[in-house]
Design a binder for this molecule. Sequence first.
Ligand code: AMP
Length: 219
Amino acid sequence: MKAIVLFGSPGSGKGTQAKLLTGCLGVPHISTGDMLRGEMSRSGGMTNAAAAMQSGLLVADDLVNGMVEDRLAKPDAVNGFILDGYPRTLPQAMHLRGWLEGRGISEVVIHLAVDYNIVIARLSGRRQCPKCGTLYNLVLKPPQRDGVCDLDGETLAVREDDSERVISERLAAYDRQTRPVLDYYRTTPVRMLEIDGSQESPERVSEMICRALKTDDRT
Ligand code: AMP
């Protein structure tokens, strides 16, 4: 059973790594950000959550905890999962720990550490295909044709919460509410991988993580 928590600030590359790792580990990628955006575009409901997201604040713990529990109960998560963007607060980390302990599982935490200036450059240059979700970056991973998705030709968009004002709010929320989760993991007996996500290409970073996790399995 692989219960992987991908941990890092906004712009640390969690989403990209989760997508690459899901190929290597064969377990689903569970992104609370994607789940929330999907739920909102489907139902148009969750107005409080939508308002929080648009201004860079975190959504209520109860809502996110419930959503994750429902998702972890699906059959494709029976052999493991990669959590991207969860837990983001101490109550969420405790909730997850309770859920895992009840099943005799312990999580492996991967901390993607990325320099602050790189985070800002990544977030402000980020573009996404509204149709297939592929992420681009104007500097690091530009599309072949300006402003257009390589895969389906759709016009790329800036995510609403990637505007400058919202970026600084998201980073402030990270410092205030999410960084303490890192301290919590560092002081509890969980397996933790500290990865420098600043230097290498995403593919190299993913290979490093994958190799470390597979070595773990053999020990
Ligand atoms: P992300 O795509 O992971 O950057 O998430 C986008 C936004 O969704 C965040 O800025 C939050 O508003 C919300 N969100 C995602 N995951 C969580 C979480 N675990 N707890 C609270 N809010 C979340």
